[in-house]
Design a protein around this ligand. Structure first.
Ligand code: UDP
Length: 251
């Protein structure tokens, strides 16, 4: 059993993992009976967690906290405990899909936009694309992410009835983490993860940054070019770095 090694960033515990270790911990979690929680916070989510007690508690209760995003890698260096590599949520998800296929475990895709006149629901499009890429992957079910609160329990029943081993929730943060935390006791999956906009990338409705941006830690810039309305949220990155530096100076 691989031991967790924890790094404290602004009072939030994240796992000091590279991809190999993250997958190793994930495979252990898939052996346990209860529903494990996996979160992949970036600097914006860490900042939110410092202000939002409920999100902070949810992250503290997670079984694996993957530091997603270049801001956390810089923060780890500043704090003198450098992360070996950046494990982005979307790359981690790709490795999970390969693991699920190899281990004959099934996945349920919950979240993202419902169908419209031009296309199917994003979760169904994403499922189809991934089924082509991984022909032996077992996709137990899908459900879009625009629902009324009173529909939540029946979605949980649908997930349980599908017999899925693993649940991906794409509702954005903190909605996705809150959904998993709220239903953790009744969910029969072995583990659940919040994946943000991953289904949009899988479905092809949102493009992932080209390699140049990925290799230079500039995915946030590409995202900004695609969705300029996110500028306010992106201001979180410099504020985050300043807070980490201030915390380092105080320590
Ligand atoms: N979404 C959803 N239900 C909602 C709000 C959002 O299913 O009520 C989906 C949205 O369609 C998108 C994802 O959640 O696929 C949010 O992705 P984003 O990258 O914005 O996540 P964040 O950066 O907030 O984690």
């Amino acid at each position: 059993m691989e031991e967790r090694e924890i790094l404290d960033i602004l009072g939030i515990s994240v796992d000091k993992v590279d991809m190999r270790k993250a997958i190793s911990i994930f495979s252990n979690l898939m052996e346990t009976e209860e529903c494990s929680l996996i979160v992949t916070p970036n600097s914006e989510i860490i900042m939110n967690a410092t202000k939002d007690e409920s999100l902070r508690k949810i992250i503290a209760s997670a079984d694996l906290v993957i530091p997603d995003g270049i801001g956390l890698v810089y923060a780890s260096k500043l704090l003198g405990q450098p992360l070996k590599e950046r494990v982005t949520g979307i790359d981690f998800m790709e490795m999970i899909l390969i693991w699920l296929q190899e281990n004959e475990k099934s996945i349920y895709l919950f979240g993202s936009k419902p169908e419209n006149e031009e296309r199917e629901a994003v979760c169904d499009l994403a499922a189809k694309k991934k089924q082509i890429q991984y022909p032996n992957l077992k996709i137990a079910g899908t459900h879009h992410g625009y629902f009324k609160p009173e529909e939540e329990n029946s979605i949980v029943e649908h997930i349980n009835a599908s017999g899925a081993d693993f649940l991906c929730v794409a509702l954005g943060s903190p909605k996705q983490e809150e959904f998993i935390a709220r239903h953790r006791e009744s969910l029969k999956v072995k583990a659940a993860i919040g994946v943000g906009g991953s289904f949009d990338v899988w479905a092809g409705t949102l493009k992932r940054a080209p390699e140049f941006y990925q290799n230079h830690g500039l995915e946030w810039l590409y995202r900004f070019i695609q969705e300029p309305t996110r500028y306010k949220r992106m201001a979180a990155l410099p504020t985050f770095m300043i807070k980490v530096m201030a915390a380092k100076t105080k320590a």
